[in-house]
Design a protein around this ligand. Structure first.
Ligand SMILES: Cc1ncc(COP(=O)(O)O)c(C=O)c1O
Length: 428
């Protein structure tokens, strides 16, 4: 997986297939047929790829941690349900995500709520619904959650989200020391614990650490998780009670770009005995449920975004393929979601003709030069009516896009499972 064409081909070989005519299949179904039947643009997710990814991660964790699916990556209830049926809980960031998780069948006690600004209406909704835990991120929130608990006459289980301090910058950890709106600074952790303990309707049961997203190095993740266990021990030391939850966050990455190497699960697995030994050695941690809350890692590889070519034009020596899909559905692929240097997502022709490849700009229908699905994707010749597919599109696709911009219709979402495609969101 050293350059972009190889990455696309490697991802197709890993998770999907092509038939003798070069047509890309998802879960055994030709994408050309799906595009014909359900129209384009279209998101297609393969449930079996999600299951395989979940099981591989769970095996690598070797019993150290459970997995809560981070709903923000793809909040479609059908997607949440795939992970729930595998045994995952859910991490949500809004009242609507709480409703999506419930719709997917996740019991409320297996749902946790994190996010830097939780309003009273969302808090009422989740507290009334019996949510498992709420993760506190600032002082006002301590009081707001306590007030919601009082309004509903219940005790709410809460964890403290901690923004690690300078000590976490050492080694491979790559976190800590920076100002952040997320969580309490480690320097004020003891004061925050005391403030929570002073609130009768709150029961402080855990720690939450989220060190960042798109981590591709297993050693870095292991270092962060080990640091999190140290923070957890400090919380237990201050409250005098064993912890019930240690949430070490999500952030496990997937390869998107030229040169990205996939997260090495064997290295992750090799780090488990040390982490498990640390847990077992400390009576205040030994009984805790350790949880990871990945989103991208679980949902990303299973999804494709399929768009149809509307026109192909040469402009002063550059080839532009204009499609019906773009940044309004897939902001991340356009390079406008958190990328400083814009690079192309892995992208492929749905029908591989074997024609000579040329660097191709693939653009969308919006009236802005930002609307590019690729700047120089090495693609075979394409013509009006052909299809292109953006890989690694199962996470932070539709949900992370400015769908109202230029008022194009919402695309359909399909879940392919057991040789059949189900519409899990109809197109507009
Ligand atoms: C608190 C929290 N948990 C989990 C996630 C999921 O991250 P990822 O999809 O990188 O695993 C995020 C992403 O922003 C987050 O903020």
């Amino acid at each position: 997986m050293t350059d972009a064409p190889d990455l696309a081909a490697a991802l197709i070989a890993e998770n999907f297939s092509r038939d003798g005519g070069g047509v890309l299949h998802v879960g055994g179904l030709p994408l050309t047929d799906l595009a014909e039947e359900f129209g384009t643009p279209l998101f297609v997710y393969d449930a079996e790829v999600m299951r395989r990814t979940y099981r591989a991660l769970r095996a690598a964790l070797a019993g150290f941690a459970e997995i809560d699916y981070s709903v923000k990556a793809n909040p479609n209830p059908a997607v949440i349900r795939v992970f729930h049926e595998e045994g995952a809980g859910a991490e949500i960031a809004s009242g609507a995500e709480f409703a999506a998780a419930l719709e997917a069948g996740v019991p409320p006690e297996k749902i946790l709520f994190a996010g830097p600004g939780k309003g009273a209406a969302d808090l009422d909704r989740v507290v009334a619904g019996g949510i498992g835990e709420i993760h506190l991120e600032n002082r006002e929130e301590i009081l707001r959650v306590a007030a919601a608990a009082e309004r509903h006459g219940v005790t709410v289980r809460v964890a403290l989200r901690i923004n690690p301090g300078a000590a976490a910058q050492g080694g491979a950890m790559r976190m800590g020391g920076k100002p952040s709106p997320f969580g309490f600074d480690e320097e004020e952790m003891e004061a925050a614990i005391d403030a929570v303990e002073a609130q009768g309707p709150l029961r402080l049961i855990g720690l939450h650490l989220f060190a960042g997203t798109q981590g591709l190095k297993a050693e870095t993740l292991l270092g962060q998780w080990a640091y999190g266990l140290g923070l957890a021990a400090r919380i237990a030391g201050r409250t005098g009670r064993p912890l019930e939850t240690i949430d070490l966050g999500g952030g496990l990455g997937i390869p998107y770009f030229s040169g990205d190497a996939a997260l090495d699960l064997a290295t992750l697995r090799a780090g488990m005995p040390d982490l498990i030994a640390t847990l077992r050695a400390d009576p205040s941690l030994a009984g805790a449920r350790v949880v990871l809350e990945p989103g991208r890692y679980l949902a990303g590889p299973a999804g494709l975004y399929v768009a149809r070519v509307l026109a192909v034009k040469e402009s002063r020596g550059s080839r532009f393929v204009i499609t019906d899909g773009g940044m309004h559905h897939h902001l991340a692929a356009s390079g406008n979601l958190g990328q400083i240097v814009k690079r192309d997502f892995p992208l492929a022709a749905v029908t591989e003709t074997g024609g000579e490849r040329a660097a191709t700009a693939v653009v969308g229908p919006l009236c802005t030069p930002l609307d590019m699905l690729a700047r120089a994707a090495p693609l075979p010749p394409l013509a009006e009516g052909d299809l292109v597919a953006v890989l690694q599109s199962g996470a932070y696709g539709l949900t992370a896009s400015p769908t109202g911009f230029l008022s194009h219709p919402m695309p359909a979402e399909l879940l392919v499972d057991g040789g059949a495609a189900t519409v899990i969101r109809p197109s507009e």
